[in-house]
Design a protein around this ligand. Structure first.
Ligand code: EPU
Length: 421
């Protein structure tokens, strides 16, 4: 197993090219199931979760393995010959549940291992199933698998989400595009990744409007063509690099992304005292004065993203005063806190609220990554800590950040991947 070694203390300076968004690429790759033709998907980030997605598609007969070159994937929808996402794959990536909508829409049958609990929360799929049931699917849960049937096809419906779940919005949207008739989906997720999925589906001939707002309207069509789509940039990767720059009192520019994708995170960085400037396809954050504390609540888009909560927490250990972060999306997303404390942070947790006292002097230690964003948080902290920080279980990081050591080294970080002893 690999670990990261970071020698802290260097101010980061320079420019980083942002990769395609993991959380946009995953549903878009699954959307290729909807067509009997070839789809070309560009700007796919090279990540462990993408490899898992390719394995799921391969197990459905789509023959995608080894076709990823220069971030471009070709998926041939004509060879679909199965309808099951097995436990071995779903248990390594919950997003595999996104095959439900496309398989029900195209084949009228889908079988997916029920995802178990997850490090950051229980993460049930009840909203996904409720919405697909409204479209006429029926489900049974047996032997750890969800099996869905819609032998006569799906039928458009009016659906109200009790919460704007990202995954449920994606599954439902992919089901509605081939359903018979019109659908109206209310209180949906508005994340940029949903908008990117809608753009990809429209390029296949789907009739969708309203993405990015609270209501999406879909008029089902009989069949879809393949897509040729470039995945949108990763706003979480971009914001992570900006935090890393500020944490080291440096100046970092992220390119290939515009500020509209991540306004809430940028507003908080400005509020903390960073100097933010942007062009149509780049954003720069510069450390100009001691950081001021923040009061942050994670929320569905356009609110502050839960996927940036851990990275901001690392940053706020350097703000002068008491910051509060409330996590409202996941019930167990503070697992980085004890690890940050090992590096010298002063953080107290009460329920879903963390109080961070700063500024503290961080010092290097051996810490354990517990999930993807926790890994990024520990890297950010390690970059500012005195001495050496070792981050174990770095495989979490490889699920969602493409070439992070190379990108950080390029802007002056001392970060090395080595074999864990
Ligand atoms: N929820 C339910 N029932 C459902 C679906 C969701 O109760 O049927 C709850 C979840 O348990 C959670 C909350 O609703 O407490 C939010 O879940 P959501 O469905 O919105 O999230 P997701 O689709 O499972 C995606 C991202 C996550 C990101 C969340 C929130 C992908 C592949 N994953 O997950 O990304 O944190 O949206 O923005 O898009 C990450 O990249 O590190 C990551 C965890």
């Amino acid at each position: 197993m690999d670990r990261l070694r970071i020698v802290g203390g260097n101010a980061l300076s320079g420019s980083v090219e942002i990769s395609g968004a993991k959380n946009a690429a995953l549903p878009i790759l699954f959307a290729a199931i909807l067509s009997e033709q070839k789809s070309i998907i560009r700007n796919v980030p090279l990540l462990a979760d993408i490899n898992t997605t390719l394995k799921v598609l391969d197990s459905l007969g789509l023959g995608t393995l080894f076709k990823l070159e220069n971030h471009t994937m070709e998926i041939d929808g004509s060879t679909l010959n199965a309808h099951e996402a097995p436990y071995e794959l779903v248990s390594t990536m919950r997003a595999s549940v996104l095959v439900l909508g496309p398989l029900l829409a195209r084949k009228g049958i889908a079988k997916v291992s029920l995802p178990g609990g997850c490090a950051i929360g229980a993460r049930p799929v009840d909203i996904h199933l409720m919405a697909l049931e409204k479209l006429g699917a029926t489900f049974t849960i047996e032997n750890g698998y969800i099996e869905g049937h819609a032998p006569n096809g799906l039928v458009g419906a009016k659906i109200n989400f009790p919460f704007p779940s990202v995954g449920a919005t994606e599954n439902t949207l992919m089901a509605c595009v081939l359903a018979n008739g019109k659908s109206e989906i209310h209180n949906v997720a508005r994340e940029p990744e949903i908008v990117d999925l809608a753009i990809a589906l429209r390029s296949m001939g789907a009739k969708i409007s309203g993405e990015g707002s609270e209501t999406i309207l879909v008029e089902g069509v009989k069949s879809l063509t393949g897509m040729n789509h470039g995945v949108a940039p990763d706003r979480i990767e971009a914001a992570t690099f900006l935090c890393a720059g500020l944490m080291t009192k440096g100046k970092v520019t992220v390119t290939g992304i515009s500020a509209d994708f991540m306004q809430s995170a940028l507003d908080f960085l400005s509020q903390a005292g960073a100097k933010i400037s942007s062009t149509k396809d780049s954003i720069t954050a510069e450390y100009v004065k001691e950081l001021t504390p923040l009061n942050i609540v994670t929320e569905p888009f356009p609110g502050f993203p839960t996927d940036m909560q851990a990275q901001f927490m690392a940053l706020l250990t350097q703000a002068n005063g008491k910051s509060i972060i409330s996590e409202t999306i996941f019930e167990n997303r503070f697992m980085h806190v004890p690890e940050l404390i090992r590096l010298g942070a002063k953080i107290k947790i009460k329920g879903n609220e963390a109080t961070i006292e700063g500024p503290v002097k961080l010092t290097g230690a051996t810490v354990m990554a517990t999930d993807l964003r926790a890994s990024a948080c520990l890297i950010i902290a390690g970059l500012a800590a005195k001495g050496e920080t070792f981050i174990k279980r770095v495989y979490h990081l490889d699920r969602g950040y493409e070439q992070i050591e190379q990108k950080l080294s390029q802007i002056g970080a001392k970060i090395y991947r080595e074999k864990d002893k």
